[in-house]
Write a protein that binds this ligand. Structure first.
Ligand SMILES: Cc1cc2nc3c(=O)[nH]c(=O)nc-3n(C[C@H](O)[C@H](O)[C@H](O)COP(=O)(O)OP(=O)(O)OC[C@H]3O[C@@H](n4cnc5c(N)ncnc54)[C@H](O)[C@@H]3O)c2cc1C
Length: 313
């Protein structure tokens, strides 16, 4: 077996990829995780993860990720800092090409590259990620008890997240960039029942201001900045990171990877797990469970077993 040949190569070392690595390595499969930069993933950039079972409530995303990685390494998984730029899916051996010019091959692949918003569009957005700019009210609402927050967006997700925030924040400004929402009727009904949400239509954020954390927003429709302690952005949506697959895998109508109940994509032996699968709820615990299941199904595929096996010791 050459140095660059593995049973399983996992692309992406976030919670989905790291938990897949724990299970693949425990199944005695030669496992390698290729990750371009843990800080570039969703968990890596999360300031505090207070809701991951068993982890201290002041865990940082990076701290949690490092402990997942150490656990996978303790079972024999390898990790390499490599950006994957292409896949070779013809033939039995799956090939993975990286930006540094290396080629890795494996009998099975697990794609766990997550999903990311498009590049920052608002002045100040990047600077305040984690100190007032958030993309996930379900994750961060509890940090804004009694405080002033804004939600920007017109989708059902933006409306639903404003409603979630209204249970914690003192006041929520829902800033819709157009004259109406593109949201399901039931979400709009829930919105109308919340007395502490102010809806502002035809309003865009042109800058996010503050010293150490967010203090105010400059808006397109008024001269005075709007004082807020946090802003939740649902403007660009988030897209699965699948550019490196080069169109070789079937996609759904909305541009997400098509996978079966066993997490296998349209090419046998290629599995996917985590936010790359376009989830309605993006949470670390959910993607960790998917990484586990994808690894056990990959093991079943490699061993030619009828059922997945989960009792490794
Ligand atoms: C600011 C923020 C706060 C959050 N807070 C919470 C919270 O409190 N609780 C909670 O449960 N969830 C939270 N989430 C959601 C959670 O972090 C995600 O659902 C989860 O991290 C998704 O895991 P993943 O492994 O699918 O993807 P990611 O965590 O995004 O990991 C993907 C990995 O793939 C790597 N990668 C991407 N492309 C390539 C490539 N071409 N080659 C090699 N590597 C590549 C990335 O560098 C990254 O390390 C938060 C998310 C954000 C953004």
């Amino acid at each position: 077996m050459s140095d660059n040949h593995y049973d399983i190569v996992i692309v992406g070392g976030g919670p989905a990829g790291s938990s897949a690595a724990i299970y693949a390595a425990r199944a005695d499969l030669r496992t390698l995780v290729l990750d371009k930069d843990p800080h570039a993933g969703a968990l890596g950039m999360a300031h505090v993860i207070a809701n991951y079972p068993g982890a201290p409530t002041d865990s940082s995303g990076m701290g949690l990720l490092q402990s997942m990685r150490r656990q996978a390494e303790s079972f024999g998984a390898g990790f390499a800092r490599e950006k994957v730029i292409g896949l070779g899916l013809q033939g039995k051996e799956r090939k993975v090409f990286t930006a540094s010019g290396k080629t890795f091959s494996a009998r099975a692949l697990i794609l766990a590259t997550g999903s990311m918003g498009k590049n920052s569009a608002i002045e100040g957005e990047e600077r305040f990620v984690g100190t007032g700019v958030s993309y996930c009210a379900t994750c961060d609402a509890a940090f804004y008890k009694g405080r002033l927050v804004a939600v920007a967006g017109r989708t059902g997700e933006a409306v639903a997240e404003a409603v979630v925030l209204s249970r914690f924040a003192g006041r929520v400004y829902l800033l819709c960039p157009s004259s109406s929402f593109a949201a399901p009727e039931e979400e709009l009904e829930r919105l109308s029942l919340q007395p502490n949400i102010d809806v502002v239509h035809n309003c865009r954020i042109t800058a996010i201001n503050g010293e150490k954390s967010v203090e105010s927003l400059t808006l397109s429709d008024r001269e005075e900045p709007l004082p807020v302690d946090g802003v939740f952005l649902y403007l660009t949506g988030s897209s699965p990171v699948i550019d490196y697959t080069g169109g070789q895998l079937d996609l759904t109508g909305t541009g997400c990877l098509k996978t079966g109940p066993d997490f296998m994509a349209s090419v046998p032996g290629v599995f996917a797990a985590g936010d790359v699968l376009c989830k309605e709820i993006k949470q670390a615990i959910i993607v960790a469970s998917e990484g586990c299941r994808a690894a056990l199904y990959a093991d079943k595929y490699l061993a030619g077993r009828a059922r997945p096996r989960s009792d490794y010791h």
